[in-house]
Design a protein around this ligand. Structure first.
Ligand code: C5P
Length: 395
């Protein structure tokens, strides 16, 4: 792939910094222009002259030129800011908006979706709650976090925390840049979590749903450059802060909110576990057990939100989820056709509910079928969004 992407490589003080000249060589091989910024801690780990020779530009450091607006000029220049290696310290600073050197100042002046972070640290640091929390903050804000490898670390122990190899980082960067704009200018509307149907002030009818898949879909859509709105029922899973979030409780409220936002959306993904029924009557006071030895609750159906949206679908791309307790893909296909959506994601309750991973089959109304083996919900959401994007673009 030949391209003229402008890649700013930020090197922080991890021992893996010695691999960066090779990384720059690989990035340049793909036709990219590369500039480099070093933190003071990285300066001692990798030679400035070598970097300068390989990238063909002066290396930017915290010298006097820092005060000469380098962070603004460089932030305008870069198509992507790749921080590699990113130490636990630099990750923590970026997560909390600290800008105490040129690299962290750049991180604060470049849009989140343009920043890729390749962490590198010792396993203990990688597994610390503080590091996990900081990385989650960055993910939720739309930064692109690369995985780490498992292997021998500079400290001599084996474990997770190793920076990916330069070739793997190069692959991530180009895959990301090729895909990052595919949904640019598109609005993606996602329903997420369960709904709750009140019986009395303290009791509800609900569905099991953690909201993890909805959050993962929102994140994946943001990575592809989309503007994202999530209509979410009560779920504890945090949603990415770069998304607009509309909180609802009942299916009727979800119906109203989705109808309102559907108007301005290009893609709508119904990942919510909507309660199919609600109580016919709501008791204003708590139903007292002692007073009712036998209790029959009358239920009436909720609107089928997805089927109703499909009636005014226009050119929008509409995706449903079909969670089944058995392996019946046929039921999912029938549901897709009955509800009038373009795509349905089939998964099984025992392989998805409440878990961080899922196994999905992506089914298109044109006969498309792709089985995605059990993987993390974020990775599954990435594949789903890519397939949606490909089909929208080719329409
Ligand atoms: O019929 P079932 O609940 O299995 O359909 C699943 C799909 O339909 C999901 O995408 C879900 O969000 C959506 N749905 C809906 N309104 C309902 C029930 C389900 O939009 N009342």
């Amino acid at each position: 792939m030949q391209n003229t992407y402008r890649i700013l490589v930020g090197i922080s003080g991890g021992i893996a910094a010695y691999k960066i000249p090779q990384l720059i060589r690989l990035l340049k091989k793909q036709g990219a222009q590369v500039k480099v910024v070093l933190t003071p801690n990285a300066s001692g780990l990798v030679g400035e002259k070598a970097l300068q020779t390989i990238c063909g530009h002066p290396v930017f450091t915290d010298n006097a030129s820092f005060y000469d607006m380098d962070h603004i000029r460089l932030s305008q220049w870069a198509d992507v800011f790749l921080i590699s290696p990113a130490t636990a310290n630099t990750i923590a600073k970026i997560a909390h908006g600290i800008a105490d050197n040129l690299l962290t100042s750049l991180a604060l002046s470049i849009s989140e979706s343009k920043i890729m972070i390749a962490p590198a640290m010792n396993s203990e640091m990688w597994e610390k709650k503080a590091t996990n929390h900081n990385l989650q903050i960055l993910k939720d804000r739309g930064y692109h976090i690369l995985p780490v490898a498992n292997g021998e670390l500079a400290c001599g122990v084996c474990g997770p925390g190793r920076m990916l190899e330069p070739q793997e980082i190069t692959d991530h960067v180009f895959r990301y840049m090729a895909s990052s704009s595919i949904l640019k200018g598109k609005s993606v509307l996602i329903s997420s979590g369960p709904t709750e149907e009140p019986i009395d002030p303290v009791r509800v009818i609900t569905n099991k749903s953690s909201g993890k898949m909805g959050a993962a879909l929102a994140r994946a859509a943001l990575y592809l450059g989309a503007k994202v709105t999530v209509v979410s029922g009560p779920a504890s899973e945090p949603l990415p802060s770069a998304a607009t979030v509309v909180k609802v409780q009942t299916a009727q409220q979800m119906n109203t909110a989705l109808k309102e936002h559907f108007e301005n959306s290009d893609i709508c993904i119904m990942a919510a576990a909507v309660s199919d029924y609600r109580p016919l009557c709501f008791s204003e006071t708590k139903i007292v057990r002692e007073e009712k030895q036998k209790f029959t609750l009358a239920l009436i159906p909720n609107p089928d939100i997805l089927a109703n949206l499909a009636l005014n679908k226009g050119k929008r791309f509409l995706v449903g989820f079909s969670l089944e307790s058995d392996g019946s893909e046929e039921r999912a296909i029938a549901k897709m056709n009955r509800k009038g959506c373009d795509m349905i994601i089939f998964n099984r309750a025992d392989q998805a509910l409440g878990l961080d991973s899922t196994r999905v089959v992506i089914l298109g109304c044109d006969g498309f079928r792709e089985e995605v083996p059990t993987i993390d919900k974020n990775a599954a959401a990435g594949i789903i969004l890519e397939r949606i994007a490909q089909r929208c673009v080719s329409r």
